[in-house]
Design a protein around this ligand. Structure first.
Ligand code: ADP
Ligand code: MG
Length: 408
């Protein structure tokens, strides 16, 4: 695929032009406080480049999952306020997305200023499955750019969505790839073509069936897949072991058995934990003990036991595989890292990534949060991806509508 870059747009000249930018401002909030402004900071460079060059920037973004109508708690106000604090240019927020307020403020926007439109998901047409409905909304967004507009997609976390502000606007305006999307795509390309070997993939987390889908496409591509987090119990069950009260997706057992068979032929090795940290209940202060992975029901909690982390032997084995790798992709915490007692596996993996002489990529919202809360710095990793779902779908080999629409 070939894309037009932001630099090409700027070289073409943007002074006085209305440029529609899809940003990822979907930040966590505590009331009206932004608790992690990482995505706002990541969105700033593109907005700054455009405003510095004299563009009139219209920013679209979503926050949370409102049900197609305005809802105060999903207003972009806190995000726009934080953006205004960080920005070197003037930022205003419209009271609606494509209504009277957006139209009026867009009309009075000056060169080098940015207007954030309200949450695109306040309009049900944004996520509609009906092409005509989405198209009508896209038309209204595009109308705000007048007659010489352009579109920049800088929201990597949304490129797997066929939504009006991601997909349909790009079919209506000259379209460009923002720097964030560009970087993410370059990184993902390194994980799928001419990948430096050994290529080790570490998978964990709690969305078991989501993560299992990516494995399908990694068989034959990755040399080693290390299995932790909630999905490890489906792997143990597939091997005939009892997992007591641990997270288990029984209907996925045949899927896992098929993967194990295909992997053996394709030269991909699965490594499943040999020991597990089992707790008596799902709580920070739960009693817990380390047991062999094939003996979870033999813990003192019996059938009530819940596996909440990989054990220390497994963590050491995983770490040594990671340190021998040239490329590592990690998605999903190894255990319930939010509880200190069950953060050991995740910490060991993060540590190993920082020590590996390899290109290391961390994907997934909770995985990124985990490495940060465990005290690691972003620059200790090759890349920390902003889009969990989007990067998994890319690695699954799925077409990402928001990317293919930018292809020329
Ligand atoms: P990401 O956002 O990085 O893609 P997920 O959303 O799939 O990751 O999963 C993150 C969550 O998985 C964490 O909140 C963590 O507590 C949970 N988790 C990890 N291991 C287990 C386990 N053994 N049992 C239950 N939850 C787990
Ligand atoms: Mg998550």
């Amino acid at each position: 695929m070939t894309f037009h870059t932001l630099n090409e747009l700027i070289a073409d000249g943007v002074r006085g032009r209305y440029i529609l930018v899809r940003s990822d401002l979907n930040v966590p909030l505590d009331g009206s406080e932004v608790t992690d402004d990482g995505r706002i900071k990541a969105s700033l460079p593109v907005l700054t480049k455009l405003t510095d060059a004299g563009a009139r920037v219209l920013v679209t973004a979503h926050l949370g999952r409102p049900k197609g109508a305005p809802e105060e708690k999903y207003s972009l106000k806190p995000a726009a306020t934080r953006l205004a604090e960080l920005a070197s240019f003037k930022v205003t927020l419209a009271g609606d997305t494509v209504g009277a307020s957006a139209k009026e403020l867009a009309a009075s926007l000056q060169d080098g200023e940015a207007l954030v439109l309200e949450n695109v998901r306040f309009d049900a047409r944004e996520t509609s499955k009906d092409d005509a409905e989405r198209g009508a909304f896209a038309d209204e967004l595009v109308a705000l750019t007048r007659d010489n507009g352009a579109y920049v997609d800088d929201a990597f976390g949304a490129v797997h969505r066929k939504h009006a502000s991601v997909y349909d606007v790009a079919t209506r305006l000259p379209s460009y790839q923002g720097d964030l999307v560009h970087t993410e795509v370059e990184v993902l390309r390194k994980l799928t073509t001419d990948t430096q070997r050994p290529y080790v993939v570490v998978l964990g987390g709690s969305k078991v069936s989501d993560k299992l889908a990516v494995i399908d496409n990694l068989i034959g591509k990755a040399d080693t897949i290390l299995v932790g987090g909630g999905m490890l119990f489906t792997f143990l069950a597939a091997a005939g072991h009892k997992v007591a009260g641990s997270l288990l997706e029984e209907d996925q057992i045949p899927v896992v058995q098929d993967y194990l068979k295909r992997a053996a032929d394709a030269g991909t090795e699965f490594i499943v934990p040999t020991d597990v940290e089992v707790a008596g209940k799902f709580a920070a202060d739960a009693d817990h003990e380390t047991v062999p992975a094939d003996g979870i029901e033999g813990s003192s909690f019996g059938a009530q036991g819940i596996g909440l982390d990989i054990g220390p032997d497994s963590a050491a084995a995983f770490a040594s595989r990671i340190k021998g790798a040239k490329t590592v992709f990690w998605n999903g915490p190894m255990g319930v890292f939010e509880f200190e007692a069950f953060a050991g596996g995740t910490r060991a993996i993060a540590q190993a990534l920082t020590e590996a002489d390899a290109f290391t990529v961390v994907g997934g919202g909770d995985s990124a949060a985990a490495v940060r809360t465990l005290g690691f710095a972003d620059d200790q990793f090759g890349h920390i991806s902003t889009g969990g779902g989007a990067s998994l779908e890319y690695l699954e080999g799925k077409e990402l509508p928001g990317l293919s629409v930018l292809d020329r």
